[in-house]
Design a protein around this ligand. Structure first.
Ligand code: ZN
Length: 506
């Protein structure tokens, strides 16, 4: 018999704090609806007092999500708590999550409060929260570097004031598995919490121990795990939801715990998140990385063909990673494309679907078999185009040492064209872009990879370009490598222009 525990997803709060991961209100809402499908118990939607947009995002998610609890974060301050409660108002089920630091170093230097003052503030904060929202989670920030007996005292105060969930976070990613198990067991034993109160664990991955620590916390008595999709989060990230869930699936003999996650929604969630944030999943990332189920060595391939269990401890299908070889072609039609997009976790409106279909047909002219990865790339480029200043209309290169390039760009209704010479075709094309846009950058890094098999595969280029001392990443794809590289370069130019203009208008 497996013991049940809850998943508290903080992709939209802690995860969104990852450098470069910010999402707008609409994007957050889209991700929240996917998290609902994934089966998380609680969605931490944001930190309402942080900004108007955060408040709006939490409010919209609270209104739209029906199956999960929606949580909002608040420091242990009256105005934070009132603001979070207001944002959570439309929710059917909500949690107010309030926190205060409990480690000696945080209390002394950050809060400038004595332990006694911290106890008092925690009590007042939980009381106020409880008077506004029926379910309250209390976090002792930096718990893993706090004195255990102080944690016991603080936890008792919070429970007496009405807290339903006690979270003991490893805020700085410092603890080890044996310690965290002991910490939970110790605090729970001393506190003797009432039956309706559960303990929660929130880990950071600075030493790569977040998932191991979450498993150990379950063994120590925690019954809620806080995690994020793809493990995104502050610094090295949080406990990775998919890794935790698949450990429990694969090794339930050792870890007899279970949660409500629908594992076939793991891959769509991962894809959607990386699309919305632009944060790519590393190839070798467990479970959701592109190579997680790729067998390269001949011996392994031979074994897997004979019996997948020879080298596979789980299957791609379990996580919703259905690698259909031939998905779509020229004759698939709009409905087929729309259905495939939906299966991949992308919900597009009619106008977007029209544009996508146009791109899809253009690609189908050049490429016989269209794979999921191709479709994802088309959607990403569609998304890019909506926000970019310059669009590539055509690039033509010729010659040999020196090379010449002719580039045509569009800016709104304006058609712009120029030519340049360079050391190679990509170099020549980038110089032509420079002449048109007036923006000059230095190519620092350039990678290209094929996303799908076959001679007519799509090449996906990634470049890092330095403009005025600032390095910017650009992505672009095409069945032609030079065009992919030029698209990536232009993407970086567009991003630089957006940043430059935003700073100028500030
Ligand atoms: Zn955190």
């Amino acid at each position: 018999m497996s013991t049940k525990f809850e998943i508290f997803d903080t992709t939209l709060r802690d995860g969104e704090q990852s450098p470069g991961a910010s999402m707008n209100v609409q994007e957050k809402l889209q991700m929240a609806l996917q998290l609902e499908k994934l089966g998380v118990d609680t969605i931490e939607a944001g930190f309402p007092i942080a900004s108007k947009q955060e408040f709006e995002a939490v409010q919209k998610i609270a209104k739209a999500v029906k199956k999960c609890r929606v949580a909002g974060l608040a420091r242990a301050l009256d105005e934070d708590i009132k603001c979070a409660a207001e944002a959570l108002k439309p929710a059917e089920k909500s949690t107010l999550h309030t926190f205060i630091a409990s480690s000696p170093i945080h209390m002394e230097y950050k809060l400038k409060m004595s332990p006694k003052q911290v106890l008092e503030r925690a009590k007042e904060a939980v009381k106020l929260a409880k008077s506004l929202i029926p379910r309250v989670e209390f976090s002792a920030e930096d718990a893993t570097r706090s004195e255990w007996d102080f944690l016991v005292e603080l936890t008792k105060v919070a429970i007496d004031a009405g807290a339903d969930v006690i979270n003991l976070p490893d805020t700085v990613g410092y603890i080890t598995p044996s310690e965290i198990k002991e910490m939970f067991a110790y605090v729970i034993e001393k506190v003797q919490p009432p039956e309706n109160v559960i303990f929660s664990c929130h880990n950071h991955n600075d030493l790569g121990l977040a998932v191991s620590n979450a498993l150990a916390a379950l063994e120590g008595g925690a019954r809620q795990i806080e995690c994020t999709v793809n493990g995104i989060g502050e610094r090295a990230g949080n406990t990775s939801m998919e890794e935790l869930v698949m450990v429990l699936h694969t090794r339930n003999d050792i870890y007899p715990y279970s949660c409500n996650i629908v594992t076939t929604e793991i891959m769509p969630s991962s894809n959607l998140l990386s699309k919305l944030t632009g944060l790519k999943v590393p190839y070798n990332k467990p479970i959701v990385g592109r190579n997680a189920f790729a067998h390269e060595s001949g011996i392994h391939q031979h074994g897997v063909i004979a019996n997948t269990k020879t080298y596979e401890i789980m299957t791609p299908e379990m996580i919703g990673n259905v690698r259909s070889t031939l998905v779509l072609g020229k004759h698939s039609g709009r409905a087929g494309l729309a259905k495939r997009c939906e299966d991949l976790g992308y919900s597009l409106n009619k106008e977007e679907l029209d544009k996508l279909y146009e791109k899809f047909m253009a690609l189908a002219e050049r490429k016989k078999e269209i794979y999921d990865e191709d479709i994802i790339l088309l959607i990403v480029s569609l998304h890019q185009e909506q926000i970019e200043t310059y669009h590539l209309e055509q690039v033509r290169t010729a010659g040999h040492d020196p090379y010449t390039a002719l580039v045509k760009l569009r800016k709104g209704d304006e058609h712009l064209m120029d030519t340049a010479i360079g050391d190679g075709p990509v170099d020549a094309a980038c110089k032509a872009i420079e002449r048109i846009t007036g923006v000059s950058g230095q190519l620092e890094q350039f990678d290209i990879r094929a996303t799908t098999p076959g001679k007519d595969a799509i090449g996906e280029a990634t470049v890092v370009v330095k403009f005025n001392g600032k390095s910017i990443t650009g992505n672009g794809s095409s069945t032609d490598i030079v065009e992919a590289a030029v698209r990536a370069y232009l993407n970086a130019v567009n991003k630089y222009i957006a940043i430059r203009d935003a700073l100028e208008n500030h």
